[in-house]
Ligand binder design. Structure first.
Ligand code: FES
Length: 572
């Protein structure tokens, strides 16, 4: 096994010449032979002027380098794609696999004995998990950490649950234009990721519980000094891994670690996106994520962390309550505490290191949960034969069993054009249906599942309705919203058969989602379906978009590319 500068030599047909040339060039950076002989720790720098969530990355890089050098290693910083949710057209999910490919190939192409991956904004940690699993280079994750909270008129605010709530108030005419502008400056007051339990926080907690990141690194606020100390310690740890060559991601990302992640995801009120990302990362190691098991865990694991959008607090409060290690105490009978971590020990060691503040109120005991069931439930039925997800912890209890008349939108664009029309035939008891917003149909499965309440109902004070789609939803959003309906409409999923006025029944307790139309009529409708769904995006003919269209898998397979999953080609 080769190490350091000898790893992955560029192919010139003469290995010694390749090394000679490599060293000649790297010495232009002023590095000595002593430095070049050290264990090499790559540092994936995901800073970008377009990514405010990663605004603290330069400081993190500095701290990681310090840790690497204190431990006798050579830090080598390199850039990868960085993705911010609001600066990714058509949607960040469209680009996640591109970032995963970029990161994986850079881990392979460049000589490094270990790597520190700095991620945070929603799709970045998932892309890095997929890359680490495939490249299998010893890896430590450093989440950038959550933002601090904002304040407005005595109220605590956070991106982006409050972005959506307050925008809804503005749409309903209860907040005027001047005030919404003032709020706009207060929702994201520091660098760092959204400080509610959105996708970024969910994925940071997941890498911590899976043993891929240092204890408490998911929750330390982005701007706190502890965040830098944690980054420095991560750099030190990466050197130990570079020297020993272990643990490899494949030794940490085990079936037990993925199951632990699913348990924590339910207990934190985690984002539904987390399920897609975990499925994709697990798929790289041929570890199946079974939706039936996800649902079983959803029934067994209560929501214990009192954070928005399911509860009341924000990430900094979770941190001071003890963060993930403290939460492990409440769930220890369900977790596999023997799962290994990058620290060289087990998850039990992380749990045993927890700060136990008896007065904290953010992490509830099992006897007094926020929600008796976990955050997510898996639905099945004739509208979603391969499954659909509802974040029940952020839904309205009165709508969990509901039958309503379908009001159908054929695409995100159709919804945008008609949702606020005074002519729209809609009541608060109807079921809003959005289709052609899945991985292929949109493309990229945008976070359009949080359909806005039609303006004429919003002004009457309607705050929630049953909404269904093959799209995703931001982890920061709330409402009675069914997502990831699989297979999607654009490839002929049953969502394509729904017509305005059909009855749809949602029964979360029974885990069913049914279109109340008889099979013979559905067969007639299917026979007249056009080959290409009229609401779906046109088929791209070049570039990454064409690759995405050809290769992306459905939500129940993590929306990875078929050619990146090892082994036989998975079902499309
Ligand atoms: Fe980056 Fe929310 S927009 S984490």
């Amino acid at each position: 096994m080769t190490h350091g500068m000898r790893k992955g030599l560029t192919s010139y047909g003469d290995a010694e010449f390749s090394l000679f040339l490599r060293k000649a060039f790297i010495k232009a950076m002023g590095l000595s032979d002593d430095a070049l002989a050290r264990p090499i720790v790559g540092i994936a720098n995901t800073y970008s002027d377009y990514n405010a969530c990663h605004g603290n990355v330069p400081k993190l890089v500095e701290a990681i380098k310090r840790g690497v050098m204190l431990a006798g290693g050579l830090p080598m910083e390199f850039p990868t794609i960085s993705i911010h949710e609001s600066f990714a057209y058509p949607t960040s999910m469209f680009l996640r696999n591109l970032m995963a490919m970029d990161t994986e190939e850079m881990l392979r192409a460049q000589p490094m004995d270990a790597v520190v991956l700095i991620g945070g904004c929603d799709k970045t940690i998932p892309a890095q998990m997929m890359a680490a699993a495939s490249a299998d280079v010893p890896a430590v994750f450093v989440p950038v950490g959550p933002m601090l909270v904002g304040h407005h008129k005595g109220e605590v605010l956070g991106a982006c649950t409050d972005c959506r709530r307050l925008w809804g108030e503005h749409r309903g005419g209860r907040i005027d234009a001047a005030e919404i502008e003032a709020i706009n400056e207060r929702l994201a007051p520091t660098a760092g990721t959204c400080m509610v339990m959105g996708t970024a926080s969910t994925m940071a907690c997941i890498v911590e519980v899976m043993g891929l990141a240092l204890p408490r690194s998911a929750t330390i606020p982005a701007t706190h000094a502890d965040r830098l100390r944690s980054a420095e310690a991560s750099g030190r740890q990466a050197v130990a891994m570079a020297i020993s060559g272990h643990p490899l991601p494949s030794e940490v990302m085990t079936p037990a670690a993925f199951r632990n992640a699913l348990i924590i995801m339910q207990a934190i009120g985690g984002s539904t996106n987390g399920l897609i990302h975990l499925t994709a990362a697990a798929g790289r190691l041929r570890i199946p994520i079974d939706l039936a098991e996800v649902d079983r865990l959803g029934r067994a694991v209560p929501v214990l962390v009192d954070l928005k959008p399911s509860g009341a607090h924000y990430m900094e409060h979770f941190h001071w309550a003890g963060g993930v290690p403290r939460l492990l105490h409440e769930l220890q009978d369900l977790l596999d505490l023997d799962a290994p971590t990058v620290m060289g020990g087990t998850l039990r060691d992380c749990m045993n290191g927890a700060e136990l503040d008896p007065g904290q109120q953010v992490i509830r005991p099992r006897s007094a949960p926020i929600n008796a069931h976990g955050s997510m439930a898996v639905l099945r039925g004739n509208l979603a034969p391969r499954g659909a997800i509802i974040k029940q912890s952020a839904a309205s209890p009165r709508l969990m069993s509901h039958t309503g008349r379908a009001v159908v939108f054929d695409s995100v664009e159709d919804m945008t054009l008609r949702i606020d029309s005074p002519e729209l035939d809609v009541t608060a008891d109807d079921v809003l249906v959005l289709r052609n917003a899945g991985p292929i149909g949109a493309p990229g499965m945008p976070e359009a599942g949080y359909l806005p309440i039609p303006r004429k109902l919003a002004v009457q004070g309607v705050k929630d309705m049953v909404r269904l789609s093959d799209a995703r939803m931001s982890g920061t959003a709330f409402g009675t919203i069914v997502l990831h309906m699989t297979p999607e409409a654009a490839i002929g999923g049953p969502l394509a058969l729904v017509r305005n006025g059909d009855s749809i029944r949602l029964d979360v307790a029974g885990r069913t989602l049914e279109l109340l139309v008889d099979d013979a009529e559905l067969a007639r409708r299917r026979a007249t379906l056009p080959a290409i769904s009229p609401g779906a995006a046109p088929v791209p003919d070049r570039g990454y978009a064409a690759l995405f269209h050809r290769s992306v898998l459905q939500a129940d397979q993590g929306c990875d590319f078929d050619f990146l999953v090892p082994g036989p080609l998975p079902l499309k």
